[in-house]
Write a protein that binds this ligand. Structure first.
Ligand code: B1M
Length: 210
Protein backbone atom coordinates (compact mmCIF):
# COMPACT_ATOMS: atom_id res chain seq x y z
CA UNK A 1 0.00 0.00 0.00
CA UNK A 2 1.38 3.45 -0.87
CA UNK A 3 2.02 5.93 1.92
CA UNK A 4 -0.57 8.29 0.40
CA UNK A 5 -3.16 5.52 0.60
CA UNK A 6 -2.14 4.95 4.22
CA UNK A 7 -2.62 8.64 4.98
CA UNK A 8 -6.06 8.60 3.36
CA UNK A 9 -6.99 5.52 5.42
CA UNK A 10 -5.76 7.15 8.65
CA UNK A 11 -7.99 10.18 7.97
CA UNK A 12 -10.94 7.88 7.28
CA UNK A 13 -10.24 5.99 10.53
CA UNK A 14 -9.87 9.30 12.40
CA UNK A 15 -6.52 8.06 13.68
CA UNK A 16 -5.09 11.40 14.74
CA UNK A 17 -2.46 9.70 16.94
CA UNK A 18 -0.74 7.84 14.13
CA UNK A 19 -1.20 10.36 11.35
CA UNK A 20 1.46 12.80 12.62
CA UNK A 21 4.14 10.12 12.46
CA UNK A 22 2.94 8.83 9.07
CA UNK A 23 2.77 12.31 7.52
CA UNK A 24 6.30 12.99 8.74
CA UNK A 25 7.36 9.70 7.16
CA UNK A 26 5.88 10.88 3.84
CA UNK A 27 7.79 14.17 4.14
CA UNK A 28 11.01 12.28 4.93
CA UNK A 29 10.46 10.13 1.83
CA UNK A 30 10.57 13.36 -0.20
CA UNK A 31 6.89 13.69 -1.08
CA UNK A 32 5.81 17.30 -1.61
CA UNK A 33 3.38 18.99 0.77
CA UNK A 34 0.93 19.42 -2.13
CA UNK A 35 1.08 15.72 -3.00
CA UNK A 36 0.53 14.71 0.62
CA UNK A 37 -2.41 17.11 0.86
CA UNK A 38 -4.11 16.44 -2.48
CA UNK A 39 -3.49 12.72 -2.85
CA UNK A 40 -3.40 11.61 0.79
CA UNK A 41 -5.22 13.71 3.39
CA UNK A 42 -7.85 15.23 1.08
CA UNK A 43 -8.70 11.83 -0.46
CA UNK A 44 -9.53 10.56 3.02
CA UNK A 45 -11.72 13.51 4.02
CA UNK A 46 -13.58 13.37 0.68
CA UNK A 47 -14.31 9.66 1.14
CA UNK A 48 -15.62 10.37 4.66
CA UNK A 49 -17.85 13.11 3.14
CA UNK A 50 -19.28 10.65 0.61
CA UNK A 51 -19.92 8.01 3.30
CA UNK A 52 -21.51 10.63 5.55
CA UNK A 53 -23.88 11.64 2.73
CA UNK A 54 -24.92 7.97 2.39
CA UNK A 55 -25.43 7.63 6.18
CA UNK A 56 -22.65 5.05 6.33
CA UNK A 57 -20.79 7.13 8.94
CA UNK A 58 -21.99 9.80 11.37
CA UNK A 59 -20.96 13.18 12.79
CA UNK A 60 -18.51 11.75 15.39
CA UNK A 61 -16.69 9.86 12.61
CA UNK A 62 -16.49 13.05 10.54
CA UNK A 63 -15.19 14.98 13.56
CA UNK A 64 -12.48 12.39 14.17
CA UNK A 65 -11.54 12.45 10.49
CA UNK A 66 -11.34 16.26 10.60
CA UNK A 67 -9.11 16.04 13.68
CA UNK A 68 -6.83 13.58 11.90
CA UNK A 69 -6.76 15.74 8.76
CA UNK A 70 -5.76 18.78 10.84
CA UNK A 71 -3.00 16.81 12.58
CA UNK A 72 -1.61 15.84 9.17
CA UNK A 73 -1.85 19.41 7.89
CA UNK A 74 0.07 20.61 10.97
CA UNK A 75 3.04 18.49 9.88
CA UNK A 76 3.18 19.92 6.34
CA UNK A 77 2.38 23.52 7.38
CA UNK A 78 6.03 24.63 7.65
CA UNK A 79 6.69 23.30 4.12
CA UNK A 80 3.69 25.15 2.73
CA UNK A 81 4.81 28.37 4.40
CA UNK A 82 8.34 28.21 2.99
CA UNK A 83 9.17 31.29 0.98
CA UNK A 84 6.30 33.43 2.30
CA UNK A 85 8.29 36.26 3.78
CA UNK A 86 7.45 39.65 2.37
CA UNK A 87 4.01 40.99 3.18
CA UNK A 88 2.00 42.03 0.16
CA UNK A 89 -1.39 43.31 1.21
CA UNK A 90 -3.94 42.08 3.71
CA UNK A 91 -6.73 39.54 3.46
CA UNK A 92 -9.52 39.13 6.00
CA UNK A 93 -10.78 35.54 6.00
CA UNK A 94 -13.54 33.66 7.71
CA UNK A 95 -16.22 31.01 7.47
CA UNK A 96 -19.62 32.67 7.32
CA UNK A 97 -22.24 32.81 10.06
CA UNK A 98 -23.86 29.49 10.94
CA UNK A 99 -21.02 27.47 9.43
CA UNK A 100 -18.40 25.67 11.50
CA UNK A 101 -16.33 24.09 8.72
CA UNK A 102 -12.80 25.43 8.79
CA UNK A 103 -10.40 22.93 7.23
CA UNK A 104 -10.63 24.46 3.74
CA UNK A 105 -10.57 28.00 5.09
CA UNK A 106 -7.45 27.18 7.12
CA UNK A 107 -5.76 25.88 3.97
CA UNK A 108 -6.68 29.08 2.15
CA UNK A 109 -5.14 31.07 5.04
CA UNK A 110 -2.00 28.96 4.87
CA UNK A 111 -1.59 29.32 1.10
CA UNK A 112 -2.24 33.06 1.20
CA UNK A 113 0.34 33.45 3.99
CA UNK A 114 2.82 31.47 1.94
CA UNK A 115 2.14 33.86 -0.95
CA UNK A 116 3.27 36.71 1.34
CA UNK A 117 -0.18 38.05 2.16
CA UNK A 118 -0.99 39.12 5.71
CA UNK A 119 -4.00 37.06 6.77
CA UNK A 120 -6.46 38.12 9.44
CA UNK A 121 -8.35 34.91 10.18
CA UNK A 122 -11.66 35.56 11.93
CA UNK A 123 -12.41 31.87 12.40
CA UNK A 124 -15.80 30.25 11.88
CA UNK A 125 -19.42 31.36 12.32
CA UNK A 126 -18.46 34.96 11.52
CA UNK A 127 -21.24 37.56 11.30
CA UNK A 128 -21.46 40.23 8.57
CA UNK A 129 -20.84 42.87 11.22
CA UNK A 130 -17.60 41.22 12.30
CA UNK A 131 -16.42 40.94 8.68
CA UNK A 132 -17.17 44.61 8.01
CA UNK A 133 -15.44 45.74 11.21
CA UNK A 134 -12.32 43.68 10.39
CA UNK A 135 -12.10 45.01 6.81
CA UNK A 136 -12.23 48.55 8.19
CA UNK A 137 -9.81 47.91 11.05
CA UNK A 138 -7.17 46.20 8.90
CA UNK A 139 -7.78 48.22 5.75
CA UNK A 140 -8.03 44.89 3.93
CA UNK A 141 -7.41 44.50 0.21
CA UNK A 142 -9.27 41.19 0.03
CA UNK A 143 -12.09 39.63 2.01
CA UNK A 144 -12.45 35.85 1.74
CA UNK A 145 -15.74 34.18 2.60
CA UNK A 146 -15.82 30.42 3.01
CA UNK A 147 -19.11 28.46 3.11
CA UNK A 148 -19.51 24.68 3.10
CA UNK A 149 -23.25 24.33 3.46
CA UNK A 150 -25.95 25.02 0.93
CA UNK A 151 -27.81 26.73 3.78
CA UNK A 152 -24.96 29.08 4.73
CA UNK A 153 -23.78 30.05 1.23
CA UNK A 154 -26.52 32.75 1.24
CA UNK A 155 -24.62 34.40 4.08
CA UNK A 156 -21.90 35.33 1.56
CA UNK A 157 -24.50 37.48 -0.18
CA UNK A 158 -25.40 39.10 3.15
CA UNK A 159 -21.78 40.01 3.83
CA UNK A 160 -21.50 41.69 0.42
CA UNK A 161 -24.68 43.64 1.18
CA UNK A 162 -23.25 44.66 4.57
CA UNK A 163 -20.04 45.88 2.92
CA UNK A 164 -22.14 47.99 0.53
CA UNK A 165 -24.21 49.34 3.39
CA UNK A 166 -21.03 50.33 5.24
CA UNK A 167 -19.84 52.15 2.09
CA UNK A 168 -16.73 49.99 1.65
CA UNK A 169 -17.82 47.50 -1.04
CA UNK A 170 -15.64 49.08 -3.72
CA UNK A 171 -12.54 49.34 -1.57
CA UNK A 172 -12.13 45.59 -1.08
CA UNK A 173 -12.11 42.57 -3.42
CA UNK A 174 -14.57 39.89 -2.36
CA UNK A 175 -13.50 36.28 -2.84
CA UNK A 176 -15.89 33.38 -2.25
CA UNK A 177 -15.20 29.67 -1.96
CA UNK A 178 -16.22 26.39 -0.38
CA UNK A 179 -17.61 23.07 -1.63
CA UNK A 180 -21.06 24.29 -2.84
CA UNK A 181 -19.70 27.51 -4.39
CA UNK A 182 -19.00 28.02 -8.08
CA UNK A 183 -18.41 30.85 -10.55
CA UNK A 184 -22.12 31.18 -11.35
CA UNK A 185 -22.90 31.74 -7.66
CA UNK A 186 -20.06 34.26 -7.34
CA UNK A 187 -21.46 36.16 -10.34
CA UNK A 188 -24.99 35.98 -9.00
CA UNK A 189 -24.13 37.53 -5.64
CA UNK A 190 -21.72 40.11 -7.04
CA UNK A 191 -18.46 38.71 -5.66
CA UNK A 192 -15.25 39.72 -7.42
CA UNK A 193 -14.01 36.17 -7.74
CA UNK A 194 -14.49 32.50 -6.96
CA UNK A 195 -11.58 30.25 -6.08
CA UNK A 196 -11.98 26.49 -6.39
CA UNK A 197 -9.11 25.65 -4.07
CA UNK A 198 -6.58 27.16 -1.70
CA UNK A 199 -3.84 27.45 -4.31
CA UNK A 200 -6.14 29.36 -6.67
CA UNK A 201 -7.33 31.56 -3.77
CA UNK A 202 -3.73 32.52 -3.03
CA UNK A 203 -2.97 33.20 -6.72
CA UNK A 204 -6.03 35.43 -7.11
CA UNK A 205 -5.37 37.29 -3.85
CA UNK A 206 -1.80 37.91 -4.96
CA UNK A 207 -3.08 39.36 -8.25
CA UNK A 208 -5.47 41.65 -6.38
CA UNK A 209 -2.79 43.09 -4.11
CA UNK A 210 -0.17 43.38 -6.87
CO1 B1M B 1 -19.95 18.77 7.45
N1 B1M B 1 -21.01 18.76 5.80
N2 B1M B 1 -21.57 19.14 8.46
N3 B1M B 1 -18.82 18.61 9.01
N4 B1M B 1 -18.64 18.11 6.31
C1 B1M B 1 -20.28 18.65 4.54
C2 B1M B 1 -19.92 20.03 3.98
C3 B1M B 1 -21.30 17.85 3.61
C4 B1M B 1 -21.11 18.11 2.09
C5 B1M B 1 -21.16 16.33 3.93
C6 B1M B 1 -22.10 15.50 3.09
O1 B1M B 1 -23.27 15.42 3.39
N5 B1M B 1 -21.57 14.88 2.06
C7 B1M B 1 -22.64 18.34 4.18
C8 B1M B 1 -23.22 19.60 3.53
C9 B1M B 1 -24.41 19.30 2.64
C10 B1M B 1 -25.03 20.53 2.11
O2 B1M B 1 -24.89 21.60 2.58
N6 B1M B 1 -25.78 20.33 1.08
C11 B1M B 1 -22.29 18.59 5.65
C12 B1M B 1 -23.23 18.66 6.70
C13 B1M B 1 -24.68 18.35 6.32
C14 B1M B 1 -22.89 18.99 8.02
C15 B1M B 1 -23.81 19.15 9.25
C16 B1M B 1 -25.12 19.89 8.98
C17 B1M B 1 -24.04 17.72 9.79
C18 B1M B 1 -24.98 17.61 10.97
O3 B1M B 1 -24.72 18.15 12.02
N7 B1M B 1 -26.06 16.89 10.73
C19 B1M B 1 -22.90 19.91 10.25
C20 B1M B 1 -23.03 21.43 10.11
C21 B1M B 1 -22.28 22.16 11.20
C22 B1M B 1 -22.20 23.65 10.90
O4 B1M B 1 -21.32 24.06 10.19
N8 B1M B 1 -23.13 24.41 11.42
C23 B1M B 1 -21.55 19.46 9.79
C24 B1M B 1 -20.46 19.33 10.64
C25 B1M B 1 -19.22 18.89 10.27
C26 B1M B 1 -18.08 18.64 11.26
C27 B1M B 1 -18.02 19.65 12.40
C28 B1M B 1 -18.30 17.25 11.83
C29 B1M B 1 -16.83 18.62 10.30
C30 B1M B 1 -16.12 19.97 10.18
C31 B1M B 1 -14.88 20.05 11.03
C32 B1M B 1 -14.08 21.28 10.70
O5 B1M B 1 -14.14 21.86 9.63
N9 B1M B 1 -13.29 21.67 11.67
C33 B1M B 1 -17.47 18.33 8.94
C34 B1M B 1 -16.75 17.90 7.79
C35 B1M B 1 -15.28 17.57 8.02
C36 B1M B 1 -17.35 17.77 6.51
C37 B1M B 1 -16.75 17.20 5.21
C38 B1M B 1 -16.74 15.65 5.37
C39 B1M B 1 -15.37 17.64 4.83
C40 B1M B 1 -15.22 19.15 4.70
C41 B1M B 1 -13.75 19.46 4.52
O6 B1M B 1 -13.10 19.87 5.47
N10 B1M B 1 -13.21 19.15 3.32
C42 B1M B 1 -17.80 17.70 4.13
C43 B1M B 1 -17.89 16.80 2.91
C44 B1M B 1 -16.96 17.26 1.80
O7 B1M B 1 -16.80 18.45 1.58
N11 B1M B 1 -16.40 16.34 1.10
C45 B1M B 1 -18.96 18.04 4.94
C46 B1M B 1 -11.77 19.30 3.04
C47 B1M B 1 -11.48 20.75 2.72
C48 B1M B 1 -10.01 20.92 2.40
O8 B1M B 1 -12.25 21.05 1.56
O9 B1M B 1 -13.62 22.80 2.82
O10 B1M B 1 -14.20 22.14 0.43
P1 B1M B 1 -13.19 22.36 1.48
O11 B1M B 1 -12.15 23.48 0.99
C49 B1M B 1 -11.61 23.44 -0.29
C50 B1M B 1 -12.36 24.29 -1.32
O12 B1M B 1 -13.75 24.29 -1.13
C51 B1M B 1 -11.70 25.65 -1.21
O13 B1M B 1 -10.36 25.36 -0.81
C52 B1M B 1 -10.26 24.08 -0.17
C53 B1M B 1 -9.28 23.19 -0.94
O14 B1M B 1 -8.05 23.73 -1.14
N12 B1M B 1 -12.23 26.65 -0.28
C54 B1M B 1 -12.11 27.96 -0.57
C55 B1M B 1 -12.83 26.52 0.91
N13 B1M B 1 -13.10 27.72 1.40
C56 B1M B 1 -12.66 28.63 0.53
C57 B1M B 1 -12.67 30.02 0.55
C58 B1M B 1 -12.13 30.72 -0.54
C59 B1M B 1 -11.60 30.03 -1.62
C60 B1M B 1 -11.57 28.66 -1.65
O15 B1M B 1 -12.06 32.03 -0.61
C61 B1M B 1 -12.35 32.78 0.52
Amino acid sequence: MSILQELSDLVIAGNFMKITEKTQEAVDQGLSAQDILDNGLMCGINIIGERFAKNEVFVPNVLMAAKAMNAGVDVIKPLMLEGGITTKGTAVLGTVKGDLHDIGKNLVALMMSSAGIKVVDLGTDVSSEKFVAAVKEHNADVIGLSALLTTTMYEQKNVIAALAEAGIRDSVKVMVGGAPINQAWADKIGADCFAADAAEAARLAKDFVA
